[in-house]
Design a protein around this ligand. Structure first.
Ligand code: SAH
Length: 342
């Protein structure tokens, strides 16, 4: 038995042809699965009954098992899933006035062990497969309270560029008019800064948004916060970002999690404005979510505003992200962390 979501349209058409069926049934099956959210081949009423039977004997549609669903006072909703091998992952729906964003995980755990992030605390188990990621999207779509899922961000557990092939395949399917039809510009990959993968991504011809988790403007602080900086240091990372921007002709976003007494002083803002000078970029400031196992605390509001205003005065395009879903442990990997420790 195989997960039917592992196939793109062409691959399913080829299988149907091999079975002596007409290939256009693939489009019907895609519409049932991705557009109507149907999870049982028996319901696919426009397919011949022997085809339905054959599909049932060869494929399954769902592999994730929902084990917990919690909603924040601000509307953010978090889902904890169990995978077929008993591992667990999380996905989140973040509604705002204009958009409904689905945030999905790309790996079980994470290798990169950023100091302020819960995702790496239990180590790395494995990559998520392409159909597992598609199923996260499917689940969020079917549970977005009748509203259209407008955006997808690869910002859940894991490092998307460390699961490169599966993530790129999933993006192409999410983008397809036969499935979710979510425009590439509404899909964001967030990376801790894996330089070779950033280079490769720039050649994919995908019009997606790229966010780079910077979190510090000098190597000392960044290496302390993000061990990956010892392999891909700041200077090289900024050069790779500059090349990405010029090759794709797209603006890039830098995420900067503000942590009290670590990277939130004016001297840090000054360094940041210097390294980003003349780059076509935007900075997204994120006061860190408190994770009780880790010592990171967000700065005072006044310090956050001073930091933002300094960047603004330096001519840098900057937004301050409102923390979402704090009461439901919506920051990367928090829910799974506490579930697996229970
Ligand atoms: N591995 C990727 C994507 C997953 S994390 C990356 O590093 O970008 C998505 C974003 O959430 C990253 O910017 C990450 O640094 C941030 N994040 C992790 N823990 C956080 C916390 N406690 N508070 C605020 N943001 C956090």
């Amino acid at each position: 038995m195989k997960d039917i979501k592992d196939l793109d349209l062409k691959e399913l058409e080829e299988i149907l042809t091999g079975w002596g069926e007409r290939p256009f049934h693939a489009r019907q099956i895609f519409a049932w699965v991705y557009k109507k959210g149907v999870t049982d081949f028996d319901v696919m009423s426009d397919l011949p009954s022997d085809l339905r039977l054959r599909l049932k004997g060869n494929f399954y549609i769902l592999s994730l098992n929902l084990i917990k669903r919690i909603k924040s006072y601000d509307g953010t909703e978090k889902f904890l899933f169990e995978l077929k091998d008993n591992n667990s992952i999380e996905a989140v729906i973040i509604p705002t006035e204009k958009r409904i964003t689905g945030c999905i995980s790309t790996q079980v755990g994470c290798k990169f062990a950023c100091r302020f992030c819960a995702s790496g605390m239990l180590g790395f188990k494995r990559n998520l497969t392409n159909p597992e990621m598609l199923e996260e999207v499917l689940y969020l779509k079917n549970n977005s309270l009748g509203k259209k899922l407008t955006h997808i961000v690869f910002m859940g557990i894991g490092e998307p560029l460390d699961n490169y092939d599966n993530v790129v395949k999933a993006i192409r399917i999410i983008n397809s008019p036969h499935t979710f039809n979510i425009g590439a510009r509404r899909i964001t990959i967030s990376t801790s800064g894996i330089i070779p993968a950033i280079k490769k991504l720039s050649g994919e011809g995908l019009q997606i948004e790229l966010s780079v988790s910077l979190h510090a403007a000098d190597d000392n602080i960044r290496s302390r916060l993000m061990p990956v900086n010892k392999i891909y240091p700041l200077k090289d990372l900024i050069t790779a970002c500059r090349e990405y921007i010029s090759k794709t002709n797209r603006q890039l976003t830098f995420e900067y999690v503000l942590i009290k007494d670590i990277n939130s002083g004016l001297q840090n803002a000054l360094k940041l404005s210097k390294i980003l000078m003349s780059l076509n970029c935007k900075v997204n400031l994120i006061p860190c979510n408190i994770i009780k196992e880790l010592k990171a605390q967000p700065p005072e509001k006044s310090e956050i505003l001073l930091f933002r205003d300094y960047l603004l005065k330096s001519g840098i395009n900057v937004t301050l992200r409102r923390p979402r879903g704090e009461d439901i442990e919506a920051a990367c990997g928090q829910l799974r962390l506490h579930y697996e420790k229970e």
